[in-house]
Design a protein around this ligand. Structure first.
Ligand code: GH3
Ligand code: MG
Ligand code: MG
Length: 430
């Protein structure tokens, strides 16, 4: 309505203007009425045309301003809505970060590789809310195939005989960029039989275990429990988790290595005296608690000084390594073989009575005797031999100290009675 009134006003104003111009021309110029009418009409129409243009521009400008205003309002509404969700998003991010921090603390504090793997699996399933996961690792160093070592959410025996090559072109992709890969969006030509089996069994994402720029394993996960696709941030979370797992796994391997070194003799690879002390105490305590027995065998290379002096220290080292090798192949899995010091060795035979100790000692002595050591003809009797002493707990001793002394005394007896012999400890308490 308002708009109609304004147009009426405009028309009326123009009519008035036309009349005024008509009479002005009539008054001042006194020209014929027709020409006067034509001139006044032309002036008015020209003015009308110009006026109309100005007005329409003004109106459209005003409309745009109104539209912009409206648009601004909707943008503000949108921003307001978004702002309302920001605290929630931030809270969730803080919660996720806190979780991640806890996971990293938990994982990196575990010192056993097997436990790291098990804990990693639980963290993956919990953090990503997935229905299944599987971890592949090579069974040994320098093996180029990864085998499933731990899985959750799969039927038994599904992965029997299954392996992935560390030289697979898809694995190679991780050397370009260490991020999780969506297995469902991988180029067809990269998907061999093995990858297809993973996909067929519900695996949707994979990420590598890369502790130090070298791929050591692979983590593959199934879809989310709510069946929704992984968001970008969830993919990043998976990458981050595998990174933590890699670091924790590598640390645990390193720790295990250090621990092994600290209890191993460098020359022979047998346990050292420190480990012997720890284990003999443990085994005696166990024998006491369960009323078991255990036997201890001490042995020493006969006339080793002669071998060393004649053939040199390096040849002596080789001979000691050979003794250790024969020893390792003679013991049972539960026996603990130790280099006690120099050319003196000992073996703890848990749950072994004196007869077991004697049988073992004789088997070992015969094997060493039968083995042809390099240039053993330099030794007295032209043979490289050992002498052994056997003592058992509680038969020969009722304390650790006494057991060691008895086994050592038995070895001394074997040396004294001609060497290349096994002697059993005396049963008296002297
Ligand atoms: P016995 O039959 O009475 O045991 O005589 P033996 O010569 O074996 O005994 P002795 O204790 O006199 O000599 C032990 C030698 O072992 C002396 C030492 O140089 C040598 N030995 C100790 N540890 C090592 C080692 O790690 N490498 C080498 N090559 N020799 C070693
Ligand atoms: Mg000796
Ligand atoms: Mg000696």
């Amino acid at each position: 309505m308002k708009k109609n009134y304004s147009s009426l006003w405009i028309i009326t104003s123009f009519l008035c203007l036309e009349i005024v111009i008509f009479f002005a021309i009539y008054y001042f110029l006194s020209i014929p009425i027709v020409i006067n009418l034509v001139i006044s009409l032309a002036v008015v129409h020209l003015t009308l045309l110009l006026g109309w243009k100005c007005i329409s521009r003004w109106v459209s400008q005003k409309g745009t301003e109104q539209e912009v205003g409206k648009k601004d309002e909707s943008d503000i509404d949108k921003l307001r809505d978004e702002l309302r969700t920001v605290p929630k998003k931030l809270q969730k991010q803080i919660y996720d970060l806190h979780n991640l921090f806890e996971v990293s603390i938990t994982l990196t504090s575990i010192l056993e590789p097997q436990k790291v793997i098990k804990s990693s699996m639980l963290s993956l399933i919990g953090q990503l809310r997935i229905d299944r996961a599987i971890i592949f690792l090579p069974p040994k160093r320098n093996v180029n195939a990864m085998y499933p070592i731990h899985s959750k959410g799969f039927s038994n025996n599904l992965w029997k005989g299954f392996f992935l090559s560390l030289k697979d072109p898809l694995i190679d992709k991780f050397s370009e960029k260490v991020v999780a890969l969506d297995l469902l969006n991988i180029e067809e030509e990269l998907l061999n039989e093995q990858w297809r089996k993973l996909i067929d069994n519900g695996i949707v994402m994979i990420a590598p275990i890369i502790p130090k720029k070298q791929i050591k394993g692979l983590i593959a996960v199934g879809q989310k429990i709510n069946k929704e696709p992984f968001s970008r941030s969830e993919q990043e979370l998976f990458s981050l988790l595998t990174h933590f797992i890699s670091v924790a796994f590598s640390n645990s391997i390193l720790y295990q290595k250090m621990e092994r070194i600290s209890i191993t003799d460098g020359l022979t690879g047998l346990y050292n005296r420190r480990y012997f002390k720890k284990m003999i105490e443990y085994e005696i305590a166990r024998a006491r608690r369960y009323n078991h027995c255990l036997s201890l065998v001490f042995f020493d290379v006969d006339n080793f000084k002669n071998y060393n002096d004649t053939l040199g220290h390096p040849a002596g080292d080789v001979a000691l390594k050979t003794v250790a090798m024969i020893l390792k192949s003679t013991i049972r899995k539960s026996d603990i073989a130790v280099r006690y010091g120099g050319e003196e060795f000992c073996v703890i035979l848990p749950e072994g009575d004196v007869k077991t100790g004697w049988n073992f000692a004789e088997r070992l002595r015969n094997r060493i005797d039968a083995y042809h050591f390099t240039r053993e003809e330099v030794q007295p009797g032209e043979k490289f031999t050992i002498s052994l002493g056997v003592a058992s707990f509680p038969g020969h001793a009722d304390s650790l100290q006494q057991l060691i002394e008895k086994a050592d005394a038995a070895l001394y007896s074997a040396k004294g009675s001609g060497r290349n012999k096994t002697c059993i400890a005396s049963e008296d308490n002297t």
